[in-house]
Design a protein around this ligand. Structure first.
Ligand SMILES: Nc1ncnc2c1ncn2[C@@H]1O[C@H](COP(=O)(O)OP(=O)(O)OP(=O)(O)O)[C@@H](O)[C@H]1O
Ligand SMILES: [Mg+2]
Length: 352
């Protein structure tokens, strides 16, 4: 007898295949939605559904609520104001100033680039500049194929999915040729540049990555520099900002911090190696998630066999020891100094 789930999966794939033979962007979108539910397909392309439309004021409030990022917020505000004025000029029959809408996001991992891109896409929708306002996030592997001629097709398909929304290319520098050698990445860039012209009104492209490498990327093709008009810098977060971000993650999930957590966090963030590869808010999120495991183990140990005896407060409180255990589990070590001393939670990188 056939497994009903397998049968349903097969049918779904068949439907996706059938509608894919049609080529409008709505159909692409629908087939992506279907594909998204089939594991293993489209791993290098992610979609952010913009959800129900929100007003520009609501989106602005969400932007304002983000921790830090003062310069970024300022630049987004300036961009939105510029676009609004241009739209008004158009309504009044005045010529638009032809500037490039495409953006470069420069920043290390976890500095909020995807978060801002998602919000911007929705802001464009709220201003009536993009019909759908979704975000399609892709990296090199999502654009480049293994065989000659296939990269253009693959890139084209991703671009079609992003129409009426924002195409966000993460680590875009991976597309530029290394050591002057040609590779399929160049085919992706050529296709992208062409489509950016073809779909001027229907597509915003954001390229993102480490500041140092993105500079080389923009220089690698004369067409790139001229099309990406604005650059937005995402600085690393300070330790205080990372503490605030971690607290926000905790509150969002109905957890509270016990005594000494803030100090523990400060030591963890201050002591972590802050290089190009530092995960910033992403590290804060992983640390928070890991601390939930530590809390669970602590509670299970404390309660012995009777987890039902735990109080509500026990379930919501994360302690300093939970966060320090989480930090250790993430592959780093903490030296415990004299209790009460400033160096109580001294942070030490693993010698590996
Ligand atoms: N300023 C902030 N305030 C609150 N939360 C933030 C802030 N910046 C980032 N976050 C949160 O941190 C996580 C990582 O952020 P995001 O994915 O936007 O970073 P990124 O720069 O795209 O990272 P990567 O380069 O690794 O893709 C997300 O859960 C996001 O909600
Ligand atoms: Mg990202």
């Amino acid at each position: 007898m056939t497994n009903p789930l397998e049968e349903a999966g097969k049918r779904l794939r068949h439907v996706a295949e059938r509608i894919r033979q049609n080529t409008s962007s709505e159909v692409d979108w629908l087939s992506d939605q279907l594909e998204g539910r089939i594991p293993g397909v489209g791993r290098n392309v992610t979609f952010s559904d913009p959800g129900p439309p929100r007003t520009l004021e609501e989106l602005q409030a969400e932007l304002d609520s983000l921790i830090g990022l003062e310069k970024v917020k300022e630049q987004v505000r300036a961009l939105v104001a510029f676009l609004q004025v241009q739209a008004l000029r158009k309504q009044n029959g005045l010529p638009e100033v032809a500037t490039s809408q495409h953006l470069v996001f420069l920043g290390n991992p976890g500095t909020g680039k995807t978060t801002i891109a998602r919000l911007l896409a929705q802001m464009y929708r709220a201003m009536g500049l993009l019909k759908r306002g979704h975000l399609v996030e892709v990296d090199r592997a999502g654009l480049v194929a293994q065989y000659v001629g296939m990269t253009a097709i693959k890139t084209d398909r991703v671009i079609r999915r992003a129409l009426d929304g924002v195409l966000f290319i993460d680590e875009a520098y991976a597309l530029s040729p290394r050591d002057g050698r040609w590779d399929f990445g160049s085919e992706a860039i050529e296709t992208l540049l062409k489509r950016m012209e073809d779909y001027r009104e229907r597509l915003i492209v954001i390229v993102a990555g480490y500041p140092r490498l993105m500079e080389a990327f923009l220089e690698s093709n004369p067409g790139l520099r001229s099309r990406f008009g604005r650059e937005i810098d995402f600085p690393d977060y300070s330790s205080d900002e990372l503490i605030a971000i971690t607290t926000r993650f905790a509150n969002e999930h109905r957890y509270t911090f016990g005594e000494g957590v803030e100090e523990a966090l400060r030591d963890i963030f201050r002591g972590s190696a802050r290089g190009e590869g530092f995960g910033n808010a992403r590290f804060a999120r992983t640390l928070f998630e890991q601390s939930l495991n530590a809390q669970a183990i602590r509670l299970a140990d404390d309660a012995g066999k009777d987890l039902n005896a735990l109080e509500r407060d026990d379930l919501t409180t994360l302690t300093a020891s939970d966060l320090l255990a989480a930090a250790r589990a993430l592959g780093e070590g903490v030296e415990l100094g004299e209790p009460g001393s400033r160096a109580f939670f001294r942070w030490r990188r693993k010698a590996s």
